[in-house]
Design a protein around this ligand. Structure first.
Ligand SMILES: [Mg+2]
Length: 191
């Protein structure tokens, strides 16, 4: 595992870093065995809106990448998902943060889709839309092993957001472990 200081030093010294962020379990509370289908189901994890205002100082673009197979299962529509994302973006905007691009994959887990994490279709789409993205100067934050694999396959630095307090996270795909987005943002702004 790398040290957090070395990651933060690179971000600050090199500049022009991009940020990729998973949604469920990182930005909002994950609903076990179900999907966030309505704004009422969407609950920010503590400190997230403020974390994005800090991220805006250090990263551009900031990209959300989320698997949402509830769409493929017919449990929710793309319109419903877009409504939730508009709400999320507005709340983050109120605190001075910004998400520049939102990419979701509604395909089923067993579909073999290239867009579903850990495959990197969403990263490649983002790079097409934001050509300044350089994966060697990109950071992926996520609370699943598939997020870390996604980041590594694309060539990014990865930080595991340990929402569920997993132990023994000694995986080659994980560069560092932080407790929350709030904790990472705090250390980024303090160091
Ligand atoms: Mg997640």
């Amino acid at each position: 595992m790398t040290s957090l200081n070395s990651i933060i030093n690179r971000i600050k010294q090199e500049g022009n870093w991009s940020l990729f962020v998973d949604r469920d379990g990182v930005v909002n509370k994950r609903i076990v065995d179900d999907y966030v289908k309505h704004i009422d189901d969407f609950s920010f994890i503590k400190g997230v809106e403020n974390a994005f205002s800090i991220f805006a100082t250090y990263f551009h673009p900031i990209i959300l990448v989320t698997n949402q197979q509830g769409i493929g299962k017919g449990l929710m529509t793309e319109d419903q998902l877009n409504t939730i994302h508009n709400y999320m973006s507005a709340k983050i905007g109120e605190q001075g943060g910004k998400i520049n691009g939102i990419y979701y994959c509604g395909d089923l887990a067993n579909s073999g889709s290239n867009n579903r994490k850990p495959e990197i279709g969403m990263a490649l789409k983002a790079k097409k839309d934001f050509p300044t993205i350089n994966f060697s100067r990109s950071l992926m934050l996520g609370d699943s092993y598939s997020d870390m694999q996604f980041g590594k396959k694309a060539g990014m630095t990865t930080i595991f957001i340990n929402t569920d307090n997993h132990q023994n996270l000694n995986y080659a795909s994980i560069d560092y472990v932080c407790a929350s987005l709030e904790s990472f943002a705090h250390q980024l702004s303090q160091s």
